[in-house]
Design a protein around this ligand. Sequence first.
Ligand SMILES: NC(=O)C1=CN([C@@H]2O[C@H](COP(=O)(O)OP(=O)(O)OC[C@H]3O[C@@H](n4cnc5c(N)ncnc54)[C@H](OP(=O)(O)O)[C@@H]3O)[C@@H](O)[C@H]2O)C=CC1
Ligand SMILES: O=C1O[C@H](COP(=O)(O)O)[C@@H](O)[C@H](O)[C@H]1O
Length: 497
Amino acid sequence: MQKKPDPCSFVIFGATGDLTHRLVIPALYNLAAGNLLPDKFCVVGIVRRGMSSEQLTDSLMQGLRKFATRPVDEAIAKRLFECVTAIEADPRDPASFDAMSERLDRLEKARETGGNRLFYLATPPSAFLPISEQLGRTGMLEENGAWRRLVVEKPFGTDLASAKALNAALLKLVDEHQIYRIDHYLGKETVQNILVLRFANGMFEPIWNRNHIDHVQITVDEKLGVGHRGSFYDATGALRDMVPNHLFQLLSLVTMEPPARFDAHAVRSEKAEVLSAIQIQTEQEALSNSVRGQYHAGKIGDTEISDYLKTPDVRPDSSTETYAALKLTIDNWRWAGVPFYLRTGKALTSKRTEIAIKFKQAPFAMFRDTAVDRLSQNYLVISTEPTEGIELQFNTKVPGPVINIDGVEMKFRYKDYFKAEPSTGYETLIYDCMIGDNILFQRADSVEAGWQAVQPFLDAWKSAGGRGLQPYKAGSEGPEAANALLTRDGRSWRKLG
Ligand SMILES: NC(=O)C1=CN([C@@H]2O[C@H](COP(=O)(O)OP(=O)(O)OC[C@H]3O[C@@H](n4cnc5c(N)ncnc54)[C@H](OP(=O)(O)O)[C@@H]3O)[C@@H](O)[C@H]2O)C=CC1
Ligand SMILES: O=C1O[C@H](COP(=O)(O)O)[C@@H](O)[C@H](O)[C@H]1O
């Protein structure tokens, strides 16, 4: 049985925003439905402009109806929304934070939440620090007998320097143990399962190294274009948006050394260690080991996707990439010489998130005098999209009197074994935050190690401007040049099975 979190207030900055409506509130609802919210609890939505608690509740309720992952039980929703209070505060107006502090104190006395507070920064990144500074100035981050935690959304910085600056500034206000840097990929079951697959089974770890693994491919393809997020995306691009955070979470879980214990310190230390072992490339190497693309108009199924450059709030001459592919190496004993190919992009033919581990080919010599002319590749594929599961591809004998061999698959699908309620992916993260377990959250050193590894690509692409940007058609598999990144090494991207 899972333990109930301590009584607490859940204070959301950005309560009027998309994240709150689409993911945070539906996740809180799912936790309420699973009886996993504290017995004494309140949700405080911080709003910048006049909005009553009733207005905020109505808006959040509509959000829940639209984005709930399961049928809404009215009684549960009513209990959850009875806990919602709107409080006005704007980081540009320090006095509003003093008033907010007093209101919170009063509310918490009435709700008997004991002063434990989780501050969720569901705002644009530019507001993370101003809000935290106001919370710090008013003493709201001090842990005097009650815990105070700060959940920081992504993106955490826009490059190495800004991530370091944000870490340094936050760490002047709070201790590392109070900061929960969220990456929603860590809320995905299959992602958490990578550690279990590797370390709760005896058969994978002995071959999980450069002696047996030829290379690893990490693919996060999306069908959606940039849509209404033009302003954010055009300043960000595929590399910043996805690689140092989501793809590196996958990379670190697949490549880290076994932690001594399943606890936050041990797991996060090993993740940071492997990320810091990614070889830092020169700008020249980064250019030759990467491909960036931008989509133009095309069709995905029946949906017409317009040219990236015609997206609202995108600069008409933008050279922002909507697709990125990289080749990385990890300089340590386990992985020396094993290439890691990473790719991610928007407006592609399918939604697909997978880690494909390609094992070294078996020697062919034994079959030279038979009808067998080739051996299929041995892949272990861990996927979250289009389905959550694990697949092993291996060679098997084709039935018949002569020896012939074909590649087959053994498939494990989560949904075939477990009847889990559909979720937003934020439930575990929010729950862990309330119980004070930061195993699934990023530590400062990991974030910085991630940015350090992508910085040469950012610098090289900035210097190159539009040069080298590869166009690709929306609905395609991405730019042709991404294939060349592997073919020049005698390899190829795994085709969708
Ligand atoms: N939406 C999503 O699916 C996901 C979002 N995220 C991250 O969550 C964060 C919020 O994104 P999203 O909800 O989409 O953004 P929205 O633009 O929809 O909402 C932003 C919210 O922040 C408030 N806000 C804006 N500027 C400030 C400021 N200077 N000070 C205080 N509050 C401010 C807005 O209030 P007001 O109404 O007053 O303007 C609004 O409530 C971002 O960091 C994003 O990267 C992460 C993963 C998924
Ligand atoms: O954080 C982000 O992630 C989504 C992709 O998430 P997924 O769970 O659907 O794989 C991406 O679309 C978005 O651009 C990015 O900001």
